[in-house]
Write a new protein. Structure first.
Length: 286
């Protein structure tokens, strides 16, 4: 087996696009194996706002940076580093650069409810499920707490799937057993137990099943390519069963199977929702 072929299975974890790298002719050193040149890497820089000046939020930020620095997965946005002494006074989070977000992709008609887009959509949602499952299966499980179409970033790739998806924005992520913040994320994606805990906070209600509910909303949203307005959920769910549904070898259709998965994810009882691992298995079977 060739060295290149042996590495191909791991390549997506570490490969950097040639277009993101520039190098000068200035040599920093030379050795038997080659020369080290001064280079630059294209990155995304997120500047955090002034609210982070609060000592409590700074403590949370440092903890989140520590968490991000330890995570590495093909379906999570890669954290590169942080600047804590920027002249602006605000911390900077440095990550890899992606092409667009899931929300922008359907707003720009790069994704549509058309049946031809269904395989691409399923591939994206499989990537998201795998990324979240990684977080949930860590020794100290991490609840993302802000799963939304704006926090799913896409990178254009060659091949029929067109996009590789990565889960981003761990600014509100918390170690599950240390969760100490209130209502996370946008209300449209929030599980019932989260909305109920706004007035009467109970950290025991903060579980990975919150992310599962949000994932169900996200799945519904991407299939119909429409932001999850709270007033139109029933309309959206009905569309899932009809838009792009294609017959399979048995009596079920793809649309009905996805509708069933959405119903499971959005069950009002967290204990009755599937795990992200079960969701990955269900998507593999569709």
């Amino acid at each position: 087996m060739s060295f290149r072929k042996m590495l191909s299975g791991f390549q997506s974890c570490w490969e950097v696009s040639h277009g993101n790298i520039s190098s000068s002719k200035k040599a920093l050193g030379r050795g038997a194996w080659g020369v080290v040149l001064m280079g630059q890497l294209r990155v995304a820089v997120k500047q955090l706002h002034q609210a982070i000046e609060n000592p409590h939020y700074l403590e949370i930020l440092y903890r989140e940076i520590d968490i991000m620095s330890q995570l590495r997965h093909p379906n999570l946005l890669q954290f590169i580093g942080a600047v804590l002494d920027d002249p602006s006074g605000y911390p900077l989070i440095i990550t890899e650069v992606m092409d667009t977000s899931l929300r922008k992709a359907y707003e720009n008609k790069e994704l549509t409810p058309d049946p031809g887009c269904r395989p691409v959509i399923l591939s994206i949602m499989h990537d998201v499920a795998v990324g979240l499952n990684y977080l949930h299966c860590l020794p100290d499980p991490i609840i993302h707490r802000d799963v939304s179409s704006g926090n799913v970033l896409l990178q254009s790739i060659a091949g029929p799937n067109k996009w590789k998806a990565k889960v981003s924005d761990f600014g509100s992520a918390n170690l599950a057993h240390k969760s100490n913040t209130r209502a996370p994320g946008a209300a449209a994606y929030s599980a019932p137990e989260v909305l109920q805990s706004i007035k009467s906070y109970d950290s025991k209600k903060q579980t990975t099943k919150m992310d599962v509910f949000s994932y169900g909303v996200l799945l519904c949203e991407i299939i119909v390519c429409r932001f999850p307005d709270m007033d139109f959920f029933q309309d959206m769910l009905s569309q899932v069963k009809t838009i792009g549904a294609r017959p399979r070898c048995n009596r079920y259709t793809q649309g009905i199977l996805l509708h069933s998965l959405i119903d499971l994810c959005m069950n009002n009882d967290p204990l009755k929702r599937p795990t992200m691992n079960q969701i990955v298995e269900k998507l593999d079977a569709i």
